[in-house]
Design a protein around this ligand. Structure first.
Ligand code: GRG
Length: 302
């Protein structure tokens, strides 16, 4: 297959799956006319109409590897995206990162108010777990319960929320690369890892060794995602990113760019991508979408 064919092919695949994600999110979010209307409208504002949807796409790609039903993966992917949207909404609040722009629009608390944005995050998190309880996602209930535990652990104090706590404590400090890694494995990596593992859990096709290979891939690509995020914050524009650029340096946040410089950070992201691809050895065509997503994550411009 030529590079061009693969690219076109990936764009058609991601387009079709993005449509599926949007339709699922539209459907599972409470309608705007249902009371309490302002809260439901704000939830929809925070989730719909923006975002790269990398996490649900990873769930679909891992689901393909495991022979999963796409309808099940759509629900699992939507659950992860709801947790992600909650985290962004809370992260943008004045008590955290205090940002006014997200996905090219005013942040949720700017468009609504702080209290509403707080409730939006709370309600999105609850809705994510409601989906995992409401829909049949795995053939056996033991696996489905494991999926609930997996997402809870990824979002909680030993996952994303814990990473955010370290992030807030680290303002004004300089961290070593291992310390940065520890923070980002939790803050950003945990949810990205959970996306791939949940997608795979919707199917039956992976043995223990293959599941471990996928897990390693997801950990590496989750970290690479953050390294790229740091380089983009340093050298992209607000218009391209749809969020305030240059904020890490302005807020004295330790990043891969402040620790090792932008050129080394770019090399590091490439190294992580290569290790992630190595982890998929032996999967052949079944892992095509995972490989393409790894490329997208590392080569992205926004
Ligand atoms: C508030 C518990 C809590 C956690 C917040 C995710 C997070 C933790 C903060 C977001 C701040 C940030 C810039 C994190 C770095 C990586 C990241 C998650 C970027 C945003 O994700 P994208 O690029 O966003 O996937 P879109 O808008 O495309 O969905």
């Amino acid at each position: 297959m030529t590079a061009t064919t693969t690219t076109v092919d990936f764009s058609a695949w991601s387009h079709a799956h993005l449509e599926r994600v949007e339709a699922t999110l539209q459907r599972v979010l409470p309608a705007p006319e249902i009371a309490p209307r302002r809260l439901h409208q704000a939830m929809r504002y925070a989730v719909l109409g923006g975002g790269k949807r990398v996490r649900p796409l990873l769930a679909f790609a891992a689901g393909e590897l495991a022979g999963a039903d796409a309808g099940r993966v759509a629900i699992a992917g939507a659950a992860v995206e709801l947790i992600h949207a909650y985290s962004l909404t809370h992260d943008d609040l004045p008590c955290m990162d205090d940002d006014v722009l997200r996905r090219g629009k005013p942040t949720c608390h700017v468009e609504y108010d702080d209290a509403t944005a707080l409730l939006v995050g709370d309600a999105l998190q609850s809705l994510a777990f409601q989906l995992l309880g409401e829909y049949r996602l795995a053939d056996d209930m033991k696996t489905q319960l494991e999926m609930v535990k997996l997402l809870a652990a990824a979002a909680g104090s030993r996952g994303m929320a814990g990473g955010q706590a370290i992030d807030l404590e680290s303002v004004g400090k300089s961290l070593t690369v291992p310390e940065l890694e520890f923070m980002h494995i939790h803050k950003t990596g945990a949810l990205i890892r959970a996306s791939a593992l949940l997608g795979a859990r919707c199917g039956n096709g992976l043995g223990e060794k293959e599941y471990s290979q996928l897990d390693l891939f997801a950990k590496l690509i989750g970290l690479a995602f953050q390294v790229v995020d740091d380089t983009l914050d340093a050298d992209s524009s607000t218009a391209t990113l749809g969020k305030t650029a240059g904020k890490d340096a302005k807020d004295s946040k330790p990043t891969y760019v402040s620790a090792i410089g932008i050129a080394r950070a770019r090399e590091l992201a490439q190294d992580m991508r290569q290790h992630a691809l190595d982890a998929l050895a032996g999967f052949g065509e079944r892992a095509l979408r995972l490989r393409q997503l790894a490329d997208f994550i590392v080569l992205r411009k926004f």
